[in-house]
Design a protein around this ligand. Structure first.
Ligand code: NAD
Ligand code: ZN
Ligand code: ZN
Length: 399
């Protein structure tokens, strides 16, 4: 019954290098055990993420040979025996978190820290360092375990194909940006500062608007990315200028603080001002405490690591950052970290897309590319392109 065919995927081959290789066709197995709760997907779209770039830049302990890709949308071509509620032909969004649906954290909806899918630590993802060794989905075919629990089925296959550029963002960045805003307490009338105008920052900005924010301000050092934020109604701050962030916010808001702040940058943060070419890992975290109102919340989807071989100083190599935590304490700030539990949000955000309440693909500037163009996509993204690259492995959606 298994459909055996070839497979190709994007493989990390060492710092600064990704290549498209022939890889094994996925099987419904977990080591020596059958994986009857899994499905095999023909991948329809699979996106390149800023999180992949941390690995490709050599800033993690990712092993050479890792098949990359955790942002996956696909069509089911084979179901394991125990899959009850999905069938061959369904088009589905795969949350980047792999979750068992049975453990304490999954039962509480905290699927980003599932206890059963990664022997090394809580939480797993496809194609990611320290995330359980699962094969990534920047490929033609991939296996997804615990399919009934993990997958979001789109109600209509034709409509799903038509809106694939938007729906492809449900596997990670749209829920992640939304979660960043929810955990920062964004609601109707909020003023919001978003650090980073990469795809996650732009998705957070759209999410803040969807949640009713009064004013959304996005800061970055890349003018093209800031222009992208401006294109859908955000205020922007170019952080290359030598001015203090509170003063820059005051020019926009009349006060030097915001109600809510979201860090969409993470541990490779750069310094603000004329030193913007230099890394300063705690730059965003410290500025968030400066500018968030007393009692406010800080959402931190930006990734922080426990090991960074390329860090600027010894302490940061172990993830020890120089934070002015006393300031956050004095202002009674709440900090919310961790992987986004995608499943908490993907159905609602799918509905917002299907009913045309949000234009997420346009906001993050989706560009569809072929599998063979993936290495160039990685390079362009790393070079600061104001784009979200979406790989189309079977050449079905190229514009
Ligand atoms: N928590 C999660 O579940 C989750 C999911 C997806 C991505 N992420 C993380 O979110 C972060 C953003 O992802 P992305 O794809 O948008 O990455 P990206 O690298 O494209 O974007 C980061 C942006 O931050 C900017 N930047 C650098 N220093 C800055 C500073 N001090 N202030 C403001 N902007 C600054 C960069 O110029 C860049 O445009 C990454 O760390 C990624 O790993 C986390
Ligand atoms: Zn991602
Ligand atoms: Zn679990």
């Amino acid at each position: 019954m298994a459909i055996s065919t070839g497979n190709r995927g994007v493989v990390y081959t060492g710092p600064g290098q990704v290549e498209v290789h022939s890889i094994a066709f996925p099987e419904l197995s977990l080591g020596k055990r059958h994986c009857q709760h899994g499905v095999i997907l023909k991948v329809l779209t699979t996106n390149i993420c800023g999180s992949d770039q941390h690995m490709v830049r050599g800033r993690t302990t990712a092993p050479s040979g890792l098949v990359l890709g955790h942002e996956i949308t696909g069509e089911i071509i084979e179901c394991g025996r125990d899959v009850e509620f999905l069938k061959v032909g369904d088009i589905v969004s795969v949350p980047f978190n792999i979750a068992c649906g049975r453990c304490r954290n999954c039962k509480e909806g905290r699927t980003g820290i599932c206890l059963n899918v990664n022997p090394a630590r809580p939480g797993a993802a496809y194609g990611y360092v320290d995330m359980g060794g699962w094969v990534g989905g920047q490929a033609e075919y991939v296996m997804v375990p615990y399919a009934d629990f993990n997958l979001l089925k789109f109600p209509d296959s034709d409509q799903a194909r038509e809106k694939i550029r938007d729906l492809t963002l449900l596997s990670d960045i749209f829920p992640t940006g939304f979660h960043g805003c929810v955990t920062a307490g964004v609601g109707p009338g909020s003023t919001v500062y978003i650090a980073g105008a990469g795809p996650v920052g732009l998705a957070a900005a759209v999410s803040a608007q969807l949640l009713g924010a009064a004013c959304v301000i996005v800061g970055d050092m890349i003018p093209e990315r800031l222009a992208q934020a401006k294109s859908f109604g955000c205020e922007t701050i170019d952080l290359r200028q030598d001015a203090e962030l509170p003063a820059l916010l005051e020019q926009i808001l009349g006060v030097p603080e915001v109600d809510a702040a979201v860090d969409c940058v993470g541990f490779e943060a750069h310094c603000h001002g004329s030193c913007h070419h230099e890394e300063k890992p705690a730059a965003v975290l410290n500025s968030m405490m400066d500018i968030t109102r007393a009692g406010g919340q800080i959402g931190i989807p930006g990734l922080y690591v426990t090991e960074d071989p390329g860090a600027v100083d010894e302490a940061s190599k172990q993830g020890n950052l120089s934070m002015r935590f006393g300031l956050g304490w004095a202002k009674s700030h709440s900090f919310h970290t961790g992987q986004c539990p995608v499943m908490k949000y993907h159905r609602q955000l799918m509905q917002a897309i299907l009913f045309d309440k949000v234009q997420i693909a346009k906001a993050v500037n989706v560009q569809v590319i072929s599998l063979d163009e993936a290495p160039k996509g990685y390079a362009d993204f790393d070079g600061g392109a104001a784009k979200k690259f979406v790989i189309d492995p079977h050449a079905e959606f190229a514009a």
